[in-house]
Design a protein around this ligand. Structure first.
Ligand SMILES: [Zn+2]
Length: 691
C-alpha cells in the first residue's frame, strides 16, 4: 500500500467528523481518500444487506424495510461529498476517480436491487400491507420500496437480470463520459476580446469577462467562455454580429465537434440500451417505463401538455420574428434574422417597447442583496432565520455557509451557497445535499447546497445579477427549502425525493416572490448608492417580463419534445443523432431562427444520467402547478399570507416523498391545478383570435 493511499484511521471520510454540526472536513479530504472510502462503504453496505436477507425471523416492517433504511449510511455519506466535488469543484484526479466510481456504483447496486431473497421479503410485506397496522408514512415507504425494486428488475428471470446488470453498468459509464466530454469542450474554448470587440457589452459584463480570464491564468485579458451566464448576455448585447455568430456556433457545437469529446456515439448507444432495458421490464419504450412512475403516468399525457403549449408559443414566436426582421430592415440591415441575432434584436425591441433593458436593472440586483431577499421571503413565509457561519469547512474559498434556525431558535439546517462560475465547476445551477433530513434514530439536520454559475464582479466590485440570474437564485433556493424544511422519519422519503415532475414545484413556485414589487422595492437597491429601485424602472421591469416568452417557450418545449421522441421512437431511428434532430425539428415546425435550449450532444439533463431522461417536460408539468399555486397567495390578498404559507409548509415543503404528490397538491390548494394558469403567466393566452 502506498503512503498516499493511507490507513482507515487517517482517512477523514472514514472517521467521525469532529467539525461543527458534523460537516464534512473538506480541508482534510484529498482525492486519494475516495477509492478506499468507497471500498469500505460498499463492503459495509453489502454486509448490512446480507444481514437482512439472512435474518431467520419472519419478514416484518422493522427487520426488512426499516433495516433497509438504516443500511448504506457510509455509502450515502461518502457519495454526497464525492459528487459535490465532481460537479462543483473537480480536477483531473477527481474526474478519473469518477469514471471508476460510476462503474463500481452500478456493480454494487445491481445485485442489491435485483436480490431475489430481499425482493421476496419486500413483496410479501407489500402483499400484506393492509394488515400490518402501518402509519401513512410507513405505508408510503413500503410502496415506494416495492416499486423501486420491482422497477429495477428484481422480479426478472436470472438471465434477464444478468443482461440488465450489464446494461446498467454500461449506461453508468456512458453517462459519466457524456458529462466529462461536455465539461471538456466547455473548458477548451475561450474567445479573447480586444477593446473593439467589446462594442455593446456592459461594463459589468466586461468586468466579469476579465475575472474569467484571470481564473484561467490569463490575467489582464478579457474572455468570453461557453458558460451560459456568459453566452446569453453576450448574444443579447454584443453589437458585433460576427462575434455573436462565433460564440453562438461554439455554444451549440459543444459535444458535437468530431473530437475526443464528441457525444453522438454515446447518445446512440445509450438510447439503444435504455430501449432494451425497458423491453426487458415489459414496456414498449423507455418513455413508457420511465413515466409510469411519475405524475404524468404516460407519454401521451406529456405530449398533450407540451403540444397544448407549443402551438400558441410557436405562433407568438413567429409573430415576434417578423417584428425583429422589420427592426433589422429599419436599421438598414440587409440580412435575414439568424439564430445569433434573435436575442440581440429582441433586446433592442424590448428596450424600445418596454423602454427597459437588463443592464438598467443589474446595478440594483447585487448578489448579496438578492441573497438577503431570498432569505427574507423564507423568514416571512416559514419563520426560519439565517446567520452566516465562518467556521464550517468548505470545498472552495468562495463557498459561504449559513446556519438556519426555526421559529423557536432551534437549529434546523446548514445552507451552503457556492455562487460563482469557475473552470472546475460544471455549467448550470443546482441544489444538492451533503446530508438529508430524517428522524429514524433521532433528529438529523440537513446540509443543503446551492450551486450557481454567476459571473464574479471584478476589481473588488460586487457581483451583479441579471433578472434571469436572480430568478435562478430563487429557483435553487426553492429546492433548498424543500430539503431544509423536510420533516419526515425515513431517509429515502426526505426532501426532494419526489417524482421528477413534482420536484420543480417548490423551486419554480419560489421564483414568484422574486418578481413581486413588495420584495424588489425593499431589496433591489443600487449597489453603489444604496438607492431603492426607482418605481418607474420597477414598472418597466414588470411590464417587460412577458416579453419574448414565445422564444423562451419554444426553445424549452422543443427540447422537451425532442427528449420525448428520443425515448418513444425505436432507438434505431435515432442512430444518426444529427439527422434525427433535424427531422424532428422539421416535423414540429421549429422556427429556423431559434435553437433548442439543449441540443442533443449537450443535453446533460437526459444523457449525463437517466434522472431527467424522458423527464425534461417536468419543468413545465411543475409550472402548471406553480402558476396555479401562487394564485392561492394572490387570492388571499397577501403574498406572505400566514394561513396559506402554513398550508404550503405542511402540505408541500415539509412532506418530501411521504405523501402522494397529487394528494399533497390538492391538500394545499383544495382542488386540482388549473392548466391555463401557465399560459396566462407566460402571456400566451392573449393570442389574437383568428376571424
Ligand atoms: Zn430546478
Amino acid at each position: 500500500m502506498s503512503e498516499t493511499q493511507g490507513q482507515a484511521h487517517d482517512n477523514p471520510l472514514l472517521t467521525a467528523w469532529q467539525t461543527p454540526h458534523q460537516t464534512p472536513p473538506f480541508d482534510a479530504i484529498r482525492p486519494e481518500h475516495f477509492l478506499p472510502a468507497f471500498e469500505q462503504a460498499f463492503a459495509d453496505h453489502s454486509a448490512e444487506i446480507a444481514a437482512i436477507t439472512h435474518d431467520p425471523a419472519t419478514p416484518d416492517f422493522a427487520n426488512t424495510i426499516t433495516a433497509l433504511e438504516r443500511s448504506g449510511t457510509l455509502l450515502t455519506r461518502v457519495s454526497a461529498v464525492f459528487y459535490d466535488l465532481v460537479s462543483a469543484h473537480s480536477n483531473p484526479a477527481i474526474l478519473e476517480i469518477d469514471k471508476e466510481v460510476s462503474l463500481r456504483m452500478a456493480r454494487h447496486w445491481n445485485p442489491i436491487l435485483m436480490n431475489g431473497v430481499l425482493f421476496g421479503r419486500i413483496a410479501l410485506l407489500h402483499e400484506n400491507r393492509a394488515t400490518l397496522g402501518l402509519t401513512a408514512e410507513e405505508l408510503r415507504l413500503l410502496e415506494r420500496t416495492y416499486i423501486r425494486f420491482h422497477r429495477a428488475g428484481a422480479g426478472l428471470s436470472d438471465e434477464a437480470k444478468t443482461r440488465m446488470a450489464e446494461i446498467n453498468e454500461r449506461l453508468a459509464h456512458l453517462g459519466t463520459s457524456f458529462s466529462h466530454h461536455l465539461l471538456g469542450d466547455e473548458q477548451d474554448w475561450v474567445l479573447e476580446l480586444s477593446e473593439a470587440d467589446c462594442a455593446g457589452l456592459s461594463d459589468s459584463f466586461v468586468a466579469a469577462a476579465k475575472a474569467a480570464a484571470e481564473e484561467r491564468g490569463m490575467a489582464g485579458k478579457t474572455v468570453v467562455t461557453l458558460s451560459r451566464s456568459f453566452v446569453e448576455p453576450f448574444l443579447k448585447t454584443s453589437a458585433r454580429r460576427d462575434l455573436r455568430e462565433k460564440v453562438y456556433k461554439a455554444f451549440i457545437a459543444r459535444g458535437n465537434n468530431g473530437n475526443a469529446n464528441d457525444n453522438k456515439a454515446i447518445i446512440g448507444e445509450m438510447l439503444a440500451l435504455r430501449e432494451e432495458s425497458a423491453k426487458l421490464l415489459g414496456f414498449p419504450t423507455f418513455a413508457a417505463y420511465r413515466l409510469e412512475d411519475s405524475m404524468a403516468k404516460t407519454p401521451e399525457a406529456v405530449r398533450r401538455l407540451l403540444e397544448r403549449v407549443w402551438k400558441p408559443a410557436r405562433a407568438r414566436a413567429l409573430a415576434d420574428r417578423d417584428e425583429l426582421q422589420a427592426l433589422i430592415a429599419e436599421e438598414g440591415g440587409n440580412f435575414a434574422l439568424a439564430p445569433w441575432d434573435w436575442r440581440y434584436y429582441a433586446e433592442k425591441l424590448r428596450q424600445r417597447k418596454a423602454n427597459f433593458d437588463d443592464g438598467a436593472i443589474k446595478p440594483y440586483l447585487a448578489l448579496d442583496h438578492m441573497i438577503e431577499a431570498v432569505f427574507d421571503c423564507a423568514t416571512r413565509l416559514f419563520g426560519i432565520t439565517f446567520t452566516e457561519r465562518k467556521d464550517i469547512p468548505v470545498w472552495h474559498p468562495d463557498v459561504r455557509v449559513w446556519e438556519v434556525r426555526d421559529r423557536s431558535g432551534a437549529h434546523k439546517a446548514l445552507f451552503y451557497g457556492d455562487y460563482f462560475a469557475r473552470p472546475s465547476k460544471r455549467s448550470g445551477a443546482w441544489m444538492t445535499s451533503l446530508r438529508d433530513q430524517q428522524k429514524l434514530d433521532g433528529a438529523i439536520a440537513p446540509l443543503v447546497i446551492n450551486v450557481c454559475n454567476f459571473a464574479k464582479g471584478a476589481d473588488g466590485e460586487p457581483a451583479l445579477l441579471s433578472p434571469d440570474d436572480a430568478r435562478t437564485l430563487f429557483h435553487e433556493f426553492g429546492h433548498g427549502l424543500h430539503g431544509m424544511l423536510s420533516n419526515v422519519t425515513y431517509p429515502s422519503l426526505s426532501g426532494t425525493a419526489v417524482f421528477t415532475d413534482f420536484v420543480e414545484l417548490p423551486s419554480q413556485l419560489y421564483e414568484h416572490w422574486q418578481e413581486q414589487p413588495e420584495v424588489l422595492q425593499r431589496f433591489a437597491r443600487h449597489y453603489r448608492t444604496g438607492a431603492p429601485l426607482p418605481e418607474e424602472l420597477l414598472q418597466r421591469f414588470l411590464a417587460a417580463r412577458k416579453f419574448n416568452q414565445g422564444f423562451a417557450t419554444v426553445e424549452f418545449v422543443s427540447s422537451a419534445l425532442l427528449d420525448l421522441e428520443f425515448h418513444t421512437r425505436p432507438a434505431a431511428a435515432s442512430r444518426d443523432v444529427d439527422a434525427f434532430e433535424k427531422a424532428e425539428l422539421a416535423r414540429i415546425g421549429m422556427p429556423e431562427e431559434i435553437a433548442l435550449r439543449h441540443r442533443p450532444t449537450q443535453f446533460g439533463h437526459i444523457f449525463s444520467g437517466d434522472h431527467y431522461a424522458s423527464g425534461y417536460y417536468s419543468y413545465m408539468w411543475s409550472e402548471v402547478m406553480d402558476a396555479d399555486a401562487f394564485g392561492a397567495f394572490e387570492e388571499a390578498g397577501n403574498i406572505f399570507d400566514p394561513a396559506t404559507a402554513r398550508r404550503l409548509h405542511d402540505d408541500i415543503y415539509s412532506t418530501g416523498g411521504s405523501v402522494d404528490p397529487e394528494a399533497a397538491y390538492v391538500a394545499f390548494r383544495g382542488r386540482e391545478p388549473e392548466p391555463d394558469a401557465l399560459l396566462r403567466r407566460r402571456g400566451l393566452l392573449e393570442e389574437p383570435k383568428a376571424a
